[in-house]
Design a protein around this ligand. Structure first.
Ligand code: FES
Length: 576
């Protein structure tokens, strides 16, 4: 991994004996930093998303201290800095709207400062892609450290999973099978330690992507946040980042096309979140790696889901760690010719070096390819006149009997319309219908909220039905499940065909054929699209306006168009 060293950025700030050098060192010394720290050693930025408003990352001050220990041990100079944090459960309208903003914060914080290498502390869903994207545009030596999942939830003797059981319990309350007091009693039982969601939701998926891309240390994905070995991992990341700076191994040396292919296949094998599709497409765009939505379908098609974790299965991340964690999955992929073994890892060596000896300790949690948990992992990418740019569905979370379905559309014009009418006894809907939700794409509901798995009508739930085909331009929480078509592109607010679906239209879904079809004539579709008018309501100011004016569609990752690719000089000019 060693190569010719390029000039260290931090010496441009700290290495001068003139007025500028005085400026740069003197004010730093007010923190009690001794002079020898400015002697040209690697300066390591620790990019921290700690916030009490991001409960999943609330333990990150401890992790940052552990990273610092490792950096000091190796003769580096650690400097921690904050960036905007994204707490999935509290932020409105949705954290996804702010992913790109945080990536800008990260990029500019790194570029503007005397940093030679960076450790990204990531956890709650969007903090991972936001920090990876921002760092990618700077392309310094980088390691991501995930905060780790919470311990398993426990309620009345049963394991309960973050998010997944909220959907389940909510449906039970609406079907009259659980009372509100019981529902509220479950709150503290679900979230009983530090860490992020412990289902294979978006946070755990992205932590797995970090490890699969090689940009996190081996075992990064699954060590529980409360396990002392999470602190050890942070400590070791501090040691490794100094070595990466000294060897001048940049982020783009690690996250190559092979690394993306490994991550996509891993996502299939773990039954990972659909949100990873958007995030990895956006990250590839920052790094200049060719990656398309269709790559997700092609690469994931032959991958079975072998990890039995909620929301698709029954176990949780703690169980996954004890069963051997992600290295077992990587080994299984490698042994079936589905892992680019030579892809590098920031841990040193290749991904194969880190998984060739992996052992599984519980085959009920991590199955084999020969006896998979579900035969179909991966992400199905659908095309047709209803989704010219593509739409996606997660087969492992869907109902097999609905994978080929033709049904009458029941259309909700936006999320408010859905909320107002879904439980109306007069709503003309039954289990065979296809629920269609518009106005929830990147522009339509800025940030593209996770409402694609819209709850079923109470009257259908009361019949014991637990799934229906649902189609929208929204996203879905990684902790959710169902036969749910998501990310329909172009979105309805951009004049995609979804915008002109009407009540009573027939829709055909055929996952095997990768087809999503609105059964009206081409002429009728063209005529409806010609008379479509955009919503007059527009964002008038601030970041929301910037976002809506510039966000790309879901099929290319929802980055802001002007952020794609890296930019700027490695060392900006100074202005003193
Ligand atoms: Fe933070 Fe799920 S709410 S990871």
């Amino acid at each position: 991994m060693s190569k010719k060293k390029s000039a260290r950025r931090s010496t441009e700030w700290f290495g001068k004996a003139d007025k500028d050098g005085f400026h740069h060192r003197s004010w730093m010394k007010n923190q009690g930093l001794p002079h020898h720290l400015f002697d040209g050693r690697p300066v390591i930025g620790i990019c921290n998303t700690w916030s009490e408003l991001t409960p999943c990352n609330a333990h990150f001050r401890v992790l940052a201290e552990r990273v610092k220990r490792g950096v000091y041990e190796m003769g580096g100079f650690p400097l921690e800095f904050p960036v905007m944090s994204l707490g999935e459960t509290l932020m409105r309208p949705t954290t996804m709207m702010f992913r790109n903003l945080v990536s800008m914060d990260v990029e500019e914080s790194i570029r503007a400062n005397p940093i030679d290498g960076v450790v990204l502390l990531v956890g709650c869903d969007k903090t991972t892609p936001a920090l990876l994207m921002g760092a990618a545009s700077c392309d310094l030596p980088t390691i991501a450290v995930s905060g780790g999942p919470m311990l398993n939830g426990r309620f009345r003797g049963e394991q309960i999973g973050s998010g997944t059981h909220v959907w389940k319990f909510d449906a039970m309350v609406r079907a009259g099978e659980m009372d509100v007091q019981e529902f509220m009693d479950a709150e503290a039982c679900m979230s009983r330690s530090v860490g992020h969601c412990m289902t294979m939701g978006t946070a755990s998926t992205m932590a797995s992507m970090v490890e699969s891309l090689g940009i996190g240390l081996p075992t990064n994905a699954a060590i529980p946040a409360a396990d002392s070995r999470r602190n050890v991992l942070a400590h070791m990341a501090g040691r490794r980042i100094v070595e990466l700076v000294e060897a001048d191994v940049k982020m783009s040396d690690i996250i190559t096309r092979d690394a993306f292919e490994n991550a996509i296949r891993t996502n299939g094998a773990i039954g990972g979140s659909t949100n990873a599709v958007i995030h990895l497409l956006a990250l590839a765009g920052r790094l200049g790696v060719e990656l398309s939505l269709n790559d997700w379908d092609r690469l994931g098609r032959e991958v079975p889901c072998i990890v039995n974790l909620m929301p698709s299965g029954e176990y949780l991340m703690e169980d996954f760690y004890y069963a051997g964690g992600l290295p077992v999955v990587h080994r299984e992929l490698a042994e079936h010719g589905l892992l680019a073994k030579d892809a590098l890892s920031v841990g040193g060596g290749t991904i194969w070096d880190h998984c060739r000896d992996a052992e599984c300790f519980n085959r009920d949690v991590i199955h084999t390819f020969d006896a998979p948990f579900k035969p179909r992992g991966g992400i199905a990418v659908l095309h047709g006149n209803l989704a010219p740019g593509g739409a996606i569905l997660k087969p492992s979370a869907a109902s097999p009997e609905l994978m080929q379905h033709r049904g009458r559309a029941v259309v909700f014009e936006d999320i408010d319309d859905y909320k107002a009418r879904i439980d109306d006894p007069e709503l003309d809907i039954d289990a065979s219908c296809v629920m269609v939700l518009k106005g929830c794409g990147p522009r339509g509901y800025p940030g593209m909220p996770e409402v694609g798995n819209m709850g079923l009508p109470a009257k259908v739930l009361r019949e014991g039905v637990s799934d229906m085909v649902r189609i929208s331009d929204a996203r879905m929480s990684g902790t959710a499940y169902g036969t749910v078509v998501l990310h329909t592109a172009p979105e309805s607010a951009a004049g995609g065909p979804l915008a002109v679906v009407r009540d009573g239209d027939m829709i055909e879904l055929d996952v095997e054929a990768r087809r999503l079809h609105l059964d009206i004539s081409d002429e009728e579709l063209a005529s409806r699209l010609a008379s479509w008018q955009p919503d007059a309501a527009a964002q008038v100011r601030g970041y929301a306006k910037l976002y809506v004016d510039h966000v790309n569609q879901a099929d290319v990752g929802c980055d802001l168009e002007f952020l794609v690719g890296s930019s700027g000089a490695p060392v900006p000019r100074e202005s003193h």
